[in-house]
Design a protein around this ligand. Structure first.
Ligand code: GLY
Length: 287
């Protein structure tokens, strides 16, 4: 089954942003779906979907990223493809319009899995990726949240996909948490914690407090539940219950099992999400 699932971050949303954020995750899922129906690879589909949300100021990724304690943007992103287990991730980058595309550049180069800061940013220019002044990524809302030390409406965006050839991929991108210290990396930069894909196991993208998600290797833990026989909705819910029970952290996750069945769960007030599968008509939008 061909499938894509997208999330726009677990958290508490401003009521006035609810509908617009759901429309955006649906649009992101449809962007990724278009890649899949054209015969594209799952990796290209998840990157297309996540890039839509990076460009949307309503989400904490790319444009609209939250600010560090010093009032600057530092973003993390990662991608993984389940056929070869190739992965790429960037941490604490700024002045790059699409961190998820930069993460793919790391994957394509194949030298490192995770590259941070200025050396990662330099790669953007080498790969012809769009760059901008770091301040261009700062929205008025992000500046207000920083001044008020207020949490964003949702942490992180991400997508998982299964293509027509049966290959899985996952991608995640974030501005991190408001008021973080410079140089802090969250789970979205860490393969196994915020992002993982293996054609034999499944694919997942997480959202929530990075330190807790890293300690539990949340996405990989959820895929292990799939391997032990749980279906995708149950693996998503159980992995979050463990995160809550062991570390007291609320979060969200989207999963695909190797057949393309979808699991979406969150233990926060809300998490906009959408999915589309070849077995169902149209895009399904979830709370
Ligand atoms: N999940 C986003 C972060 O903690 O950085």
């Amino acid at each position: 089954m061909t499938a894509i699932a997208v999330h726009g971050g677990a958290g508490a949303e401003a009521p006035g942003e609810r509908d617009a954020r759901r429309a955006s995750v649906a649009r992101a899922a449809e962007e990724g779906w278009a890649v899949l129906v054209a015969g594209g690879h799952a990796l290209d589909a998840v990157i297309a979907a996540v890039a839509v949300l990076e460009d949307d100021p309503l989400f904490n990724a790319g444009l609209g990223s939250v600010l560090t304690v010093d009032g600057v943007v530092e973003m993390d992103a990662s991608v993984m493809t389940g056929d070869t287990l190739e992965a790429g991730a960037v941490g604490a980058v700024t002045g790059v319009c699409s961190p998820v595309r930069l993460a793919r550049a790391i994957l394509v180069e194949g030298r490192e899995v995770l590259l941070v800061g200025e050396p990662a940013q330099q790669l953007a220019r080498r790969h012809g990726l769009a760059t901008c002044a770091p301040e261009a990524l700062i929205t008025e809302e992000a500046r207000r949240r920083w001044q008020e030390r207020r949490a964003p409406g949702g942490e992180t965006v991400g997508a998982v996909a299964r293509d027509a050839a049966g290959h899985l991929a996952a991608a995640t991108s974030t501005g991190g948490v408001t008021g973080k210290r410079r140089g802090r990396l969250g789970d979205s930069a860490v393969i196994g914690a915020g992002t993982y894909a293996d054609d034999a196991l499944g694919a997942g993208s997480a959202t929530g407090p990075g330190e807790a998600i890293i300690r539990l290797c949340l996405v990989r833990s959820a895929l292990d539940l799939l391997a032990r026989g749980a279906d995708a909705p149950r693996a998503a819910a159980e992995s979050l219950a463990t995160l809550q029970g062991r570390l007291g952290a609320a979060a969200g996750i989207v999963l695909l099992d190797p057949r393309g069945d979808v699991g979406v769960a969150h233990t926060t007030a809300s998490m906009p999400a959408a999915y589309r599968r070849s077995s169902t008509a149209g895009t399904v939008v979830l709370d």
